[in-house]
Design a protein around this ligand. Structure first.
Ligand SMILES: Nc1nc2c(c(=O)[nH]1)N[C@H]1C(S)=C(S)[C@@H](COP(=O)(O)OP(=O)(O)OC[C@H]3O[C@@H](n4cnc5c(=O)[nH]c(N)nc54)[C@H](O)[C@@H]3O)O[C@H]1N2
Ligand SMILES: Nc1nc2c(c(=O)[nH]1)N[C@H]1C(S)=C(S)[C@@H](COP(=O)(O)OP(=O)(O)OC[C@H]3O[C@@H](n4cnc5c(=O)[nH]c(N)nc54)[C@H](O)[C@@H]3O)O[C@H]1N2
Ligand code: SF4
Ligand SMILES: [Mo]
Length: 888
């Protein structure tokens, strides 16, 4: 590599361009229109995820290493035998918004076109399915009408169920920069106070699941306030009267909206007035909307308000579903959801099946939708699906009722998993296929604003890892369809996908990139990011859509959808009185296979915790840093307690990220219920009734180890973070320390045979320290401390330093007694780039009377690199200002 390679970040749907330089450094691509050179903290740390340690290197069958030929022969033979005996619907693929479009296209073609079943679904079912369904109902197709500039050109941005500051940080940064210039009003609608709501002009902490009522009330208000765009409604839409009538039934009055949403009338009135008065309004929505048993209605309730005001497709106006995964959109474009066919065609569109059948030369084409994710795993558990291929997703941790999902996988006669790392899902597979990862594979992704960008390789895959499209195409050939799966690389697949998008289209489908159908290898190599639609002959890339109507419905009109209000799928009751809300943290990505390897990304939130409102914690007897047992009808777990002032009373928030690899708590999805939206099939992941009870803490400990241990002991709770050359586990004991410590110490220290052991005990003060060395190198180190002891544990960082270098023989007795190991600075890191903690920030702001984030940056460096911590720094500035004002 002699020149920098232009590629795209593999995390969120903002789709930032990344430049990989020949010297191995990565930075934001100034030429990419999504980020113009910026990266958030996860993107900035991508270089630290490229280690080959822990990668899957070779195909395995039943745990034993084998060749690609043998593994793929086995996959094809088992799928063939199952299909022959039980029919095509007895097999399934479960894929992912993290597949590249080319991978996705091949998977969809193989299942729907040639195996002949609709049984391919994707983790987008957990992510965007309600938006897809809502767009389909209103617009006739799954189209996001806006572009990123709209967030910068709006006078009002409403964020519904979106923690944009943490989940789409670069887009949030663009919005904040625009706000500084034009004073954009920001309204955040989220039950929980977040880093996003902290910077808003108005935060509406509505009752979980009540969005439909709030937006029904808004539609009714717009009608009353004379804010409707009657001419536009008449020219470009249908169904308005029925939708308004339903809205008025749900929300006949402000007090009624207040009762349903739990909000104060004054704050609702303020929001409604702002929306009615501001033409340039953008409503951004995400998982607080989608992941709901009323998700599709939530989407349509929002779309109704934009259609009623004609605020769509014009600068600074429109509804905007921000996508989660890097290629959530690409998956929807190829038709990767079980109820889609291909290229934005659905099974029920007249002529669509015939068209796809002819284009693919696929006499076997599936003729009806397949099973949606939750149903699919139900079918696996019941034995109706007998062979399953999972690709680029980790359902053993990320699907609701994860315990049942694991049972399903364990019971399934044949499970294939392709991944880059070992996961809780690969452990349940018969065949594990090592996939090439980001930086090693080539293809395209589509971001939230319909922009297609290249991912380009800049390093060779380790071992025998291969790209996903290749494994699928090889399987297709082995199943007897050589000609249909004969591509020589991703460019050929992309050309075919582009051609299908234009096939028999003639303007009937928005998704059309047929201008790219003739792209040769050099053209694919040189492709610059472009936005669809881009039909053959188009002069320029696609931009905003639908300002002048022209919806892809039979009559060209958009549809208002009546959205009667219904509550949560399962409401809290006496047995399970709290609601479990789940979601994301700033510095982790999903099930942590990549971000979980990076020490500095662990520092922001090192321990999985359940966040309670202060009043609830007090009532339940929960102490910060203590342990809580959370139980739902589906499962239970033990977590650390965090008190979060922004938490809505009656709710507890648990991040979705942790897995069995990182904590004894395991994935929170073991507790989460699987009630689904009747239209989209998307599960309600943000509202499961649970019960919480405190557990006693008898002792605490820290374990440093070169290996990623998963220790077991009675009452032991642990969580692991990576450090340079090893791991640190935080230990909390819910059972008393045994009188005889040795067995516990032996189990935790897991010292290699023959290791030299050093220990330092002070039972009087209730603290014990142990180390194991091999040839002068620290192998493991353990600190145990009785709860209530006046001693303290060292910081993980101080402990981690022991892994560096050799310990001279004479120094070994004193190894565990050093000054650095004596005390633990209780600081949480806010700026991951420069390692600046919260107390340092607070002190500096107060001492130097700083009032702007720029001034903090100048003083401490914090916030001057990726900017992911700026929302938190601004919140600290506001906190300091409030304190100063209160004191004055
Ligand atoms: N750091 C980071 N960024 C990510 C990801 C990641 O793993 N880590 N994942 C990416 C992916 S795939 C996705 S899908 C996106 C998700 O991005 P977001 O949707 O922004 O993230 P979440 O934290 O899942 O949920 C957003 C908010 O919905 C709120 N909420 C819960 N119930 C309700 C409700 O009934 N109504 C309303 N209005 N709000 C509610 C929650 O309190 C939460 O703050 O993030 C993407 N970006
Ligand atoms: N309770 C709760 N559950 C949730 C959510 C929530 O908010 N709350 N959010 C849901 C949402 S929106 C999402 S998107 C899902 C995400 O859930 P998952 O998709 O299960 O999460 P990831 O950890 O991103 O899994 C991706 C897997 O693909 C692997 N991988 C990475 N690159 C490649 C590649 O190129 N090829 C292959 N074959 N493998 C690769 C990674 O190592 C990882 O194991 O979780 C859902 N589950
Ligand atoms: S905002 Fe961050 S995670 Fe999302 S694409 Fe950009 S750099 Fe990647
Ligand atoms: Mo997602």
């Amino acid at each position: 590599m002699t020149q920098a390679v232009r590629t795209t970040c593999p995390y969120c749907g903002v789709g930032c361009g990344v430049l990989a330089a020949p010297d191995g450094t990565l930075k934001g691509d100034p030429a990419h229109p999504a980020n113009r050179g910026r990266l958030c903290v996860k993107g900035a740390a991508l270089g630290e995820t490229l280690s080959e340690a822990g990668r899957l290197l070779h195909p395995t069958v039943a745990g034993g290493r084998t060749s690609w030929d043998a593994a793929l022969d086995q996959v094809a033979a088992r799928f063939r035998a199952t299909i022959d005996e039980h029919g095509p619907d007895s097999v399934a693929f479960y894929v992912s918004g993290q597949c590249l479009t080319e991978d996705y296209y091949v998977a969809n073609k193989l299942m729907k076109g040639f195996i002949g079943s609709g049984n391919i679904d994707t983790n987008s079912r957990l992510c965007m399915a309600s938006s897809v369904a809502g767009h389909g109902r209103a617009f006739g197709a799954d189209v996001v009408p806006g572009i990123y500039e709209d967030l910068e050109e709006a006078d009002l941005v409403v964020l519904v169920g979106s923690n944009l500051a943490w989940c789409h940080p670069v887009l949030h940064g663009r919005l904040q920069a625009a706000r500084a210039g034009r004073g954009t009003q920001l309204v955040v609608i989220d039950p929980r106070g977040t880093a996003t709501s902290a910077g808003a002009d108005l935060h509406l902490p509505l009752a979980p699941g009540s969005d439909v009522a709030l937006f029904a009330g808004l539609l009714a208000h717009l009608a009353e306030a004379g804010a409707l765009e009657a001419g536009w409604i008449a020219a470009h839409t249908g169904g308005f009267e029925a939708a308004l009538a339903a809205a008025r039934e749900t929300a006949p009055s402000l007090p009624r909206v207040a009762a349903l949403t739990g909000l104060a009338e004054a704050e609702i009135r303020r929001f409604y007035a702002l929306f009615a008065a501001t033409e340039r309004s953008v409503t951004v929505y995400s998982q607080g909307v989608n992941q709901s048993a009323a998700g599709t209605d939530k989407v349509n309730a929002i779309l109704n308000c934009h259609l009623a005001t004609g605020r769509i497709g014009r600068p600074g106006m429109g509804p905007f579903s921000v996508t989660g995964q890097p290629n959530a959109m690409g998956g929807r474009e190829v038709g990767g959801l079980a109820n889609q066919l291909a290229a934005h065609m659905r099974f029920d569109m007249p002529g669509a099946q015939d068209l796809v059948r002819r284009f693919w030369g696929a006499p076997n084409l599936a003729t009806r939708p397949g099973l949606k994710a939750v149903e699919l795993f139900e079918a696996v558990r019941e034995g109706r699906v007998k062979a399953l291929w999972i690709m680029a997703t980790n359902p053993a941790d990320s699907l609701p009722r994860a315990g049942l999902v694991r049972e399903a996988l364990a019971a399934c006669p044949f499970v294939v998993v392709s991944d880059c790392w070992e996961t809780d899902t690969t452990r349940l597979a018969h065949v594990v296929l090592p996939a090439a990862a980001w930086g090693e594979k080539s293809g395209t992704v589509t971001n939230s604003e319909r922009r297609i960008s290249r991912q380009r390789p800049f390093r060779a895959p380790p071992g025998e890892a291969r790209p996903d499209w290749w494994m699928l195409a090889e399987t297709g050939r082995r199943l007897g369809w050589a000609a249909a799966f004969a591509w020589d690389g991703p460019a050929a697949i992309f050309r075919e996908h582009a051609a299908l998008s234009g096939f028999g289209n003639a303007g009937s489908r928005c998704f059309d990139i047929s201008a790219m159908a003739g792209l040769d290898e050099a053209g694919y190599e040189a492709m610059t990011p472009f936005r669809w639609p881009l039909p053959a002959g188009a002069g320029e890339e696609g931009s905003r859509l639908f300002a002048e109507g022209g919806f892809p419905t039979p009559d060209g009109r958009a549809r208002f959808v009546a959205t009667p209000f219904r509550g949560l799928a399962a409401a809290p009751d006496a047995a399970f009185p709290l609601l479990l809300n789940t979601g994301r943290l700033r510095d982790q990505w999903h099930t942590m296979t990549r971000t979980g390897q990076v020490p500095r990304l662990a520092e922001h939130s090192p321990v999985p915790a359940a966040g309670f409102a202060p009043g609830d914690a007090a009532r339940l007897g929960l102490e910060p840093g203590g342990l809580v047992r959370l139980a739902s009808p589906h499962g239970e777990t033990v977590l650390r307690v965090a008190i979060e002032p922004g938490q809505r009373p009656g709710e507890v928030f648990v991040p979705m990220h942790w897995t069995d690899d990182f904590t004894s708590s395991g994935p929170v999805d073991r507790l989460v219920g699987a009630a689904t939206d009747p239209v989209s099939g998307q599960p309600e992941l943000k509202a499961t009734p649970v019960r919480a009870e405190p557990l006693p803490v008898h002792w605490r400990g820290l374990l440093l180890h070169r290996r990623a241990l998963r220790p077991e002991a009675p009452g032991l709770h642990w969580s692991r973070v990576p450090v340079v050359q090893g791991h640190v586990l935080e230990l909390t004991g819910a059972a008393p320390l045994p009188a005889e410590l040795a067995p516990l110490v032996e189990a935790l220290l897991a010292a290699p045979a023959g290791a030299e052991q050093v220990h330092l005990a002070d039972p009087g003060r209730g603290i014990w320290r142990f180390a194991a060395l091999v040839e002068g190198r620290v192998e493991a180190c353990l600190f145990l401390m009785r709860e209530g002891s006046r001693a303290s544990l060292p910081s993980g960082a101080a402990l981690a330093a022991l892994l560096q270098g050799l310990v001279a023989e004479g120094a070994r007795p004193g190894l565990l007694a050093g000054q650095a190991l004596a005390a633990r600075p209780a600081e949480r890191n806010i700026c991951a780039c420069f390692g600046v903690g919260i107390e340092t920030l607070r002190a500096c702001i107060l001492d130097r009377r700083l009032t702007t984030a720029d001034a903090v940056g100048a003083a401490l460096g914090a916030g001057t690199n990726c900017g992911s911590c700026l929302p938190e720094i601004r919140a600290l500035l506001r906190e300091a200002q409030n304190e100063t004002e209160a004191a004055a």
